[in-house]
Design a binder for this molecule. Structure first.
Ligand code: SF4
Length: 87
């Protein structure tokens, strides 16, 4: 694939995600902008799933593949979960 075509693929992916929805689309687009490399193997979603920056505020909400979602391996930190104590 030519360099120009891959660059267009990268830009088109970001443009498409920005049209997808408000917050979800913007998070997805940010992760694509951050990590997606069309020269590397794997779809943009697979590359984002493999992100190794858990300190990033978007890490817990980054887009995952269906396999990654069902595996449930990326849960939000306990501090993010609301406690519902009995009163
Ligand atoms: S979660 Fe990972 S890919 Fe997404 S913005 Fe943060 S560092 Fe980048």
């Amino acid at each position: 694939m030519s360099n120009k075509k891959l660059t267009n693929q990268y830009e088109e992916t970001i443009r498409r995600l920005l049209k997808k929805g408000k917050l979800r689309g913007r998070i997805d687009a940010k992760c694509v902008e951050c990590i997606y490399d069309p020269y590397q193997e794997g779809t943009w979603r697979l590359q984002v799933e493999k992100c190794t920056s858990p300190a990033c505020p978007l890490f817990p909400v980054r887009p995952l593949t269906m396999k990654g979602k069902t595996a449930g391996k990326e849960k939000a930190p306990a501090s993010d979960q609301t406690e519902r104590g009995s009163s």
